[in-house]
Structures are given as structure tokens and as C-alpha cells.
Design a protein around this ligand. Structure first.
Ligand SMILES: *[C@@H]1O[C@H](CO)[C@@H](O)[C@H](O)[C@H]1NC(C)=O
Ligand SMILES: *[C@@H]1O[C@H](CO)[C@@H](O)[C@H](O)[C@H]1NC(C)=O
Ligand SMILES: *[C@@H]1O[C@H](CO)[C@@H](O)[C@H](O)[C@H]1NC(C)=O
Length: 512
């Protein structure tokens, strides 16, 4: 079974990498006049960004250097953190992870110092474009930034099964000393207290380095600055899986401290920090959840395990309805389209999340979906799906959109209708004053967040607002005020249940 799954992955990667004939991309989209105007404009904006940037992969990846977070990151849990990783020529590395109580990364709780060795291996078969690596940890140390942080963390470690075995790492009743460093994992390796913290460095087992050019003057295309990004493996969304999970997707990238995007107010602060002086990021205003309008992926996104996609959403505040386009591709630069899903429905009033500070909870209903196959592999797969399981079997054509609402979705693509998803959203602005929309991370196991318990606690890569004049939202910035926030929350966003596993499973079922 495992073997045929792998064959499926390989076949898909191989077959869909080749387009048999070119596709008129604007086909069958005439029914939605609004889209006709907006999406090309948004796509144009995106493509302009991407082409201008000339994104390319550095192969084999060059890790050597100092890589930093460009802002406050959110991991499943949630955990709020910033990272500063140094890789040396002799394959040794020293990594800092700074943890915080708040979503703006202004109240540090503890910092980890992680030392070890990394060795690059071969190109990944699962995640195209990524390189696999082996790593070995030599030491993990922790510094607490307050008495309370120390107490909370020790109690947490103490509660876990590994806590029993590592009670020696911090004797009960020890008072906090601001600069004391305690070893969670020692060089001798006889005690390992890191599992109690939910800590693992598996992110180092999947790496990708990209570089691109950031134009210095947008209008004149004069000169550019090179930006280098380091993508490391993703963290499983289930806490109980994260210690074992081998990544197949990525986290938000780190940037090279010598070649980072400008402006980046957080970069210098993180670059200069160490375990005794954790970075405290600049205060940011809380933004009201004003979703109305058009949002688009700022780059090609990767989903565990093999899906590459860009997303485009429209939110209508007046009737709380949404529309989403999910453009899928077979390659890591999103140049070879495989299929597009259009989905729409309604969403609920939002409310501030009590679990993830800074996030807004929403409920989404997916009631309509249409699918456009963009390559021969997808056509064959859809064409041969069971009668009544995905639109009109046998009538699929490349570039032609078909409705799958009346068949309650499309089993082959894991689309189930009607469908409810419990979502987590966050709005931010980047260094260039653009609005960014973070939508909740999909469960790593490929399922959908269709129960309250599965509501995300971290986010996918941000979407950029498009079509609006730059800075239009600036006047809405206001100090944090949860009541006002919830009153203002009037939109949500969609996520589509496209499960790769179901997709592959169906391929195999049909070809066996
Ligand atoms: C850890 O738990 C043990 C009992 O399970 C308790 O005696 C000890 O005080 C705890 N240590 C800390 C630091 O909380
Ligand atoms: C909601 O309103 C928008 C714009 O006003 C409209 O285009 C859309 O069709 C409406 N959607 C529904 C489901 O009523
Ligand atoms: C899809 O099925 C129809 C009817 O069975 C057939 O005529 C058509 O050639 C098929 N198309 C592809 C691309 O397989």
C-alpha cells in the first residue's frame, strides 16, 4: 500500500509536470463579470511582483550565514516566537529561539540556545524543490526571562512523562536568576528534557533556499536588492505529533541578515539579540477585521505533502459571503497549472479568539464549488471518477470549468459540500504598509478544520490585499480594543477541503 502511494506521488509529479497542450486560462469564466475584472488585475499585481522579483531556488542550498525571522511568528499551540539561526562553514550551527507570551513578541518568556551539526543529503522526493538534511543536537540550553516564566515552564515539563526523568535539570524551589542558563539537553546526552517543552528541531530536516530581487524603486524599476530566504520544515499542527513528525511543508521563511527585505523594523533587533537579551519587537497597532475586498497569495505556497498553490479570495461585507479561487500547480514556482477550484459560501460574524491572542475566530460555510482541470492528468482522473461523485463524469475538458455542487462536491479532490470550517484569521500590515491577511493553518494530516477542536492555532502564509490603493486602510488603525474589534469583525475567509491524500488515493483506485 505504502509503495503504491509512493508510485502515485511520483506518477503525479512526473505526469503533471508535462503539459500536453496549452490552455486558454480565461475560458469558462465569463459567468462572473466581477471576477473578469478583478482577478486579472490581482493576478497581474501578483505576477508583476513575482516576475520583477525573479525568484529562484539556490541549489544545492547554501546554509552558511545568519538567518533571522522578519517578524513575530506563530506556531501551532499557539507559540509566539522569533528565530535567529547561524550556520557555519564547518556544518556546525547555533540557533536561538525566543519565545513570548503575546502575539506581538513584546513579552519574552524564555529563550533556547540550540547547538549542533547539520549535513545536507539529497533532493526530497516528497516535497519537490526541497533538500533533505540530517542533523544532530549537541546542546540545548534555556534561559528564563521572569520568575513566572520559569515557574510555568518547569511545571509544564514536570507534568510530562519526560519531566519525571529530568527533574534534576532544575531543582524545585530554585529562585529565578535572570542570566542563568540551564541545560535541557547536555553534551553528554544523559538527560533530555526537551520533549517536555514540545521541542524538536525536525525543521532542519527539510530545507530550501530562495533568492529574489526586491526593486528599490517600484515605479522606475531602477536597481534592486537581493533577498535570500531560508525555508525550514513545518511543525505539525497536532501537539501530540510534533515530536515525531518529519516535515513535508515549510514554516514562514527566515531571511539572510545580510540580504533581507527593506524596510524590516524587526530584523536588526532580532539580529543583535542573544539568549540574555531577547528581541522585543516594535509595538504594532491591532487592526480591525475588515475583510471586504480582494486578497491574493503573494507567492507560490506549499502544502504538505506535494501541493503547490496560490489562493485568491473575495469577501463581500454587505451579505457576508465569500468566493475563493484555489489555483493548483505541480511545481514549486507555480508555473505548471494542474487544476483550479472555485468555491463560495457564507461566513459568520467574527469574535476574538481566547486561545490564540490576536486572532479572530470565524465559521465558514462552503456551499458551491466549481472545478477547472488544467492538465491531462487531472482530466483523466476526473473523467474516470465514479458516477455522481464529481460533476458530470466523462465531460471534463482541459480549461473548462464544471459545477460540482449538485454532486455534493468532488470526492476525487476531497471537496465535500455543504461543508463547515472553523477558522482563525489575523490582519497585519507589513513594512511597506500593505495589508496582510493570515488565514488559519490547515491540519497537517490533510483533513479539514470541520470541528471546533480542529480550529487552527497558527496561520498559513499571508495573503496581500489587492486592487485597493496602497494605504487605504491606514485610517482604520486603532489601539487594541477587543469589544470594538468584535463589533467590527464582519468578514471571514474560506478554506477548501482539498486533501491530497484523498486525491492520490483516488488516482490509485482508478488506475489499479
Ligand atoms: C515536580 O513534580 C514533583 C512531584 O511530581 C514535585 O515534588 C516537584 O516539586 C515538582 N517540581 C517542580 C519544579 O515543580
Ligand atoms: C453578495 O453581495 C455581492 C456584492 O454586493 C454580490 O456580488 C454577491 O452575489 C452577493 N452574494 C450572495 C450570495 O448574495
Ligand atoms: C473523457 O470522457 C469522454 C467520455 O467518456 C471521452 O469522450 C473523452 O475523450 C475523455 N477525455 C479525456 C481527456 O480522457
Amino acid at each position: 500500500m505504502l509503495r503504491s502511494w509512493w508510485l502515485g506521488v511520483l506518477f503525479l509529479a512526473f505526469a503533471s509536470g508535462k503539459r500536453l497542450w496549452d490552455v486558454p486560462r480565461s475560458h469558462a469564466k465569463e459567468q462572473r463579470p466581477e471576477k473578469l475584472w478583478w482577478e486579472p488585475q490581482c493576478q497581474y499585481q501578483l505576477r508583476h511582483l513575482q516576475d520583477g522579483a525573479r525568484i529562484s531556488a539556490v541549489l544545492p542550498p547554501r546554509l552558511e550565514g545568519h538567518w533571522i525571522s522578519t517578524g513575530c511568528e506563530v506556531r501551532p499551540g499557539p507559540e509566539f516566537l522569533t528565530r535567529s539561526y547561524m550556520f557555519f562553514a564547518n556544518r556546525l550551527f547555533k540557533a536561538y529561539q525566543f519565545y513570548y507570551r503575546d502575539p506581538s513578541c513584546r513579552e519574552p518568556t524564555y529563550s533556547l540556545v540550540i547547538k549542533g551539526k547539520i549535513r545536507l543529503r539529497q533532493a526530497s522526493w516528497i516535497t519537490l524543490g526541497a533538500t533533505e538534511a540530517d542533523y544532530h543536537l549537541h546542546k540545548v540550553g534555556i534561559v528564563f526571562h521572569s520568575q513566572r516564566a520559569m515557574h510555568d515552564t518547569v511545571a509544564r515539563i514536570n507534568q510530562t512523562s519526560s519531566g519525571m526523568r529530568c527533574s534534576g535539570f532544575l531543582p524545585a524551589g530554585r529562585t529565578w536568576a535572570p542570566s542563568a542558563l540551564y541545560e535541557l539537553l547536555s553534551a553528554k546526552g544523559e538527560e533530555d528534557c526537551t520533549p517536555g517543552l514540545g521541542f524538536a528541531m525536525h525543521e532542519l530536516s527539510l530545507v530550501r533556499v530562495e533568492k529574489y530581487h526586491q526593486p528599490l524603486l517600484l515605479q522606475h524599476n531602477q536597481g534592486s536588492r537581493q533577498v535570500e530566504e531560508l525555508y525550514l520544515g513545518d511543525i505539525h499542527t497536532e501537539w501530540s505529533e510534533r515530536l515525531h513528525y518529519r516535515p513535508t511543508g515549510y514554516q514562514r521563511p527566515l531571511q539572510n541578515a545580510m540580504h533581507h527585505m527593506h524596510p524590516c523594523p524587526a530584523c536588526g533587533i532580532i539580529y543583535r539579540a542573544d539568549e540574555h537579551n531577547p528581541p522585543v519587537l516594535p509595538a504594532r497597532p491591532e487592526l480591525p477585521m475588515l475583510l471586504n475586498g480582494h486578497w491574493i497569495s503573494s507567492r507560490c505556497e506549499v502544502r504538505p505533502a506535494v501541493l503547490f498553490l496560490t489562493r485568491y479570495f473575495i469577501f463581500h461585507a454587505n451579505n457576508r459571503s465569500w468566493e475563493g479561487y484555489y489555483h493548483h500547480y505541480s511545481d514549486p514556482l507555480c508555473k505548471q497549472p494542474t487544476f483550479t477550484v472555485y468555491a463560495s459560501g457564507h461566513y459568520s460574524q467574527g469574535a476574538p479568539s481566547l486561545i490564540v491572542r490576536g486572532g479572530t475566530e470565524l465559521v465558514f460555510k462552503v456551499t458551491h464549488a466549481q472545478v477547472t482541470p488544467m492538465d491531462q492528468v487531472t482530466v483523466s482522473m476526473l473523467n474516470s471518477s465514479d458516477f455522481g461523485s464529481c460533476g458530470e463524469a466523462g465531460s471534463w475538458r482541459i480549461g473548462q470549468e464544471l459545477d460540482v455542487t449538485h454532486t455534493n462536491g468532488c470526492a476525487a479532490l476531497g471537496i465535500e459540500l455543504p461543508h463547515t470550517e472553523y477558522e482563525l484569521f489575523r490582519l497585519e500590515r507589513d513594512g511597506k504598509d500593505r495589508s496582510l491577511l493570515f488565514i488559519g493553518e490547515r491540519p497537517t494530516d490533510g483533513s479539514s478544520p470541520n470541528t471546533l477542536r480542529k480550529r487552527p492555532t497558527s496561520y498559513q502564509p499571508p495573503l496581500l490585499q489587492c486592487g485597493e490603493p496602497l494605504g487605504t486602510l491606514a485610517r482604520h488603525i486603532m489601539p487594541h480594543d477587543p469589544e470594538r474589534l468584535s463589533a467590527q469583525v464582519n468578514h471571514g475567509a474560506p478554506r477548501i477541503p482539498v486533501s491530497l491524500l484523498v486525491f492520490l488515493a483516488t488516482l490509485l483506485v482508478n488506475w489499479d
